[in-house]
Design a protein around this ligand. Structure first.
Ligand SMILES: NC(=O)c1ccc[n+]([C@@H]2O[C@H](COP(=O)([O-])OP(=O)(O)OC[C@H]3O[C@@H](n4cnc5c(N)ncnc54)[C@H](OP(=O)(O)O)[C@@H]3O)[C@@H](O)[C@H]2O)c1
Length: 170
């Protein structure tokens, strides 16, 4: 069975973006395991607002991967992207009914929350930046409790810590 992995960066106080969606506080001086992780997946899934943020950095982000963007108003705007509305149904069918590598859940908070509550986030790899933002968009919003098991931890000299968790059965 394919796994859904949330590979994400957060502040020390667990925000993934400022309130205006900006991520200017993220370290850009290193890769922090991104290239290796990107090679391990063949599909990316994310919320529409996260996709809009990615478009600010690149005209056709994730173009070498199968890309699904969740929105309540699907359209045919971009060729390499499928806009879909059934967050849980589409993710379940990717996990259970398709062959392939693992699936990167890019974010953001709204989609993370729907999929966590549905038990469809199998692993979380979070790069915690040594920065307190004070306010912003959290990693999850009003979710049920989920217990995770720490399977790896990498400490970088600049204070960034990357933690790798697996979902424990409830
Ligand atoms: N730090 C990081 O590593 C990282 C990673 C990812 C994202 N982010 C940040 O997170 C921010 C976005 O997070 P967010 O929580 O505001 O938004 P989001 O989860 O990326 O996207 C929200 C959108 O998803 C769609 N959606 C939500 N629930 C749905 C449902 N049940 N069914 C169908 N569609 C649904 C809606 O799109 P429509 O409005 O089109 O209907 C909604 O507006 C961005 O600013 C990005 O920078 C940071």
């Amino acid at each position: 069975m394919r796994k859904v992995k949330l590979f994400i960066a957060s502040s020390l106080d667990c925000y993934i973006a400022r309130n205006d969606g900006s991520v200017d506080w993220l370290f850009t001086d290193g890769d922090y395991g991104y290239a290796k992780f990107y090679d391990s997946i063949d599909t990316v899934i994310m919320g529409r607002k996260t996709y809009e943020t990615a478009l600010k950095f690149e005209e056709h982000p994730y173009k070498d991967k199968k890309c699904y963007v969740f929105t309540r108003n699907p359209s045919e705007k971009y060729r390499n992207v499928e806009f879909v509305s059934d967050v849980v149904g589409v993710t379940k069918s990717l996990v259970r009914s398709t062959e392939g590598r693992d699936i990167w859940l890019v974010g953001g908070a709204e989609i993370n929350s729907v999929l966590l509550d549905a038990g469809l986030i199998h692993e979380i790899i979070v790069a915690v930046h040594p920065t307190i933002l004070g306010r912003g968009i959290p990693m999850f919003n009003n979710v049920k409790q989920a217990n995770m098991k720490l399977v790896d931890l990498i400490r970088y000299d600049n204070g960034l810590v990357q933690m790798h968790y697996q979902l424990m059965p409830c």
